[in-house]
Design a protein around this ligand. Structure first.
Ligand SMILES: Cc1cc2nc3c(=O)[nH]c(=O)nc-3n(C[C@H](O)[C@H](O)[C@H](O)COP(=O)(O)OP(=O)(O)OC[C@H]3O[C@@H](n4cnc5c(N)ncnc54)[C@H](O)[C@@H]3O)c2cc1C
Length: 434
């Protein structure tokens, strides 16, 4: 039996209401601010009018869409200024909002516009202020002559296992140059970029702790060349190629972070002390929520298309959406999409906080969670869209088969879904799960 005591409910409510007038009670909001909404509308407009109509053509041609990159550069949608304004956003939301809209337009063209981002993150994360000033503008070129940049970490035997990188960098003290030798695989923009950020080992006995990142500009350095161009399942407008380094001699000042910092890090590693991560892992960690946002864009494109189609298509004398089997699919697609977006936005907000020393930092590999969930949702939602379109969905006359092909890469690059689970498991448990 419950006992009741006399309570002045109105007085209590009044007290609570006073308490919750304090500013800290009004800080949680999922409402976008004016600038975020404006960016979303502007990018969506470009995605709808310019990117989406060109998607099928560039996918079919399997070529880099320079005319669209030029158009984007002319209006400021591709370039350093836009990237910087997103990077300094304290909410962290401008980047996922931008990427979701671009990739909603088309993921292959989206990747052509975004591929430079990995090299930029590496330079921003590991470069000295002088290196950032010198190289970031060169990554993007100008509005009238845009350039792209490439980040070269993966090798034939070092994909998930970056510690297995075999590309070497040896220091030539006489000339103050690094001599780089090796072969890189699957580099986005590899060979068509001027600025290549190359991860090489300077001490193979130290595994990933012996890695360093070098800027290798193709216009200046002999010995860097494009290998085979990769033929792909999806994102075919994005250029992917092997990159070969054959006695590429790079000035000492092109080592990101500088030699003193590298020497200090290597000395620590040789003493068996832990240091804060390694060159390529640091770059991947910062960019994972962004891949989640790209996956969201493709998934939303497929969901939107399937919803419209289901409301139009008639079978057995009624719209196919009037069947619970189809309506529930769409309900689940939308629910999964929104759940994934919340994870991506949370991780992006935490990422911005981590950069600024704010209290909301990554604690449980939330960046990996966001990438893992959103990329898997992307594959599932785009597959369901094909099912909803039936035979039409399977043909190239309709875009959903392309969305499905494009979505799959999100579960593979910048850490496969299995590697994301490994990172999350290790972070939450503190156990080095094998
Ligand atoms: C289109 C495209 C663009 C790319 N762009 C770039 C780029 O710009 N720069 C760059 O450096 N790289 C790039 N990559 C490479 C990409 O990052 C790698 O392909 C990815 O990291 C996976 O490595 P892998 O292909 O060697 O697969 P593997 O590492 O061989 O993995 C194969 C399978 O084994 C699983 N696996 C591996 N290890 C474990 C484990 N310990 N536990 C459980 N499962 C495991 C994986 O999850 C996967 O399912 C790109 C790749 C593609 C296809």
């Amino acid at each position: 039996m419950s006992s009741t005591t006399s309570v002045d409910v109105m007085a209590l409510a009044g007290e609570l209401a006073q308490e919750r007038m304090k500013p800290e009670w009004s800080t949680f909001s999922l409402e976008l601010n004016e600038e975020q909404r404006e960016l979303q509308a502007w990018v969506h407009d470009f995605a709808e009018k310019t990117i989406r109509p060109a998607g099928a053509e560039w996918d079919e041609k399997e070529e880099f869409p320079w005319p669209i990159v030029k158009e984007a550069a002319e209006i400021g949608l591709y370039g350093l200024d836009g990237t910087l304004s997103m990077f300094i956003d304290p909410t962290g939301l401008l980047t996922p909002i931008f990427l979701e809209e671009i990739f909603w337009g088309d993921a292959g063209i989206g990747m052509a516009l975004q591929g430079t981002g990995l090299a930029v993150s590496a330079i921003f994360g590991q470069g000295t202020p002088e290196q950032i000033n010198e190289w970031l503008p060169r990554c993007y070129g100008s509005a009238s002559d845009p350039q792209v940049a490439a980040f070269c970490s993966s090798e034939p035997n070092a994909g998930s296992d970056v510690s297995n990188i075999r590309t070497t960098a040896k220091y030539d003290e006489a000339t103050d140059e690094w001599v780089i030798n090796g072969s890189k695989s699957w580099a986005t923009n590899g060979g068509i970029a001027d600025v290549h950020v190359v991860i090489a080992t300077v001490d193979p006995t130290l595994g990933s702790r012996g890695h360093a990142a070098f800027v290798v500009p193709k216009s200046e350095i002999k010995g860097i060349s494009q290998g085979a161009k990769v033929k792909k399942h999806g994102i075919r407008a994005s250029h992917t190629a092997d990159v070969n380094l054959d006695d590429a001699r790079v000035p000492g000042r092109y080592l990101l972070g500088g030699k003193d910092k590298l020497d200090a890090r290597l000395a620590k590693a040789r003493e068996g002390k832990t240091s804060r991560g390694n060159a390529s892992m640091a770059t991947f960690e910062a960019s994972r929520p962004a891949v989640g946002a790209m996956a969201l864009g493709v998934a939303r494109a497929a969901y939107d298309y399937a919803l419209d189609y289901a409301k139009e298509r008639e079978q057995f004398g009624r719209k196919i959406i009037e069947n619970q089997a189809i309506a529930f699919k769409l309900a689940n697609m939308k629910t999964e999409l929104d759940a994934a977006r919340l994870l991506v936005w949370r991780a992006s907000w935490m990422g911005a906080g981590t950069l600024r020393g704010a209290p909301h930092k990554f604690e449980n590999a939330e960046g990996s969670m966001a990438k893992y969930k959103a990329s898997e949702v992307g594959v599932k939602v785009t597959e369901e869209a094909i099912q909803i379109l039936g035979g039409n969905g399977y043909t190239r006359e309709y875009p959903v088969e392309r969305f499905h092909r494009d979505s799959k890469i999100m579960t593979i690059f910048e850490g496969t879904s299995e590697i994301q689970q490994l990172v999350i498991a290790r972070t939450i448990s503190g156990v080095r799960v094998p």
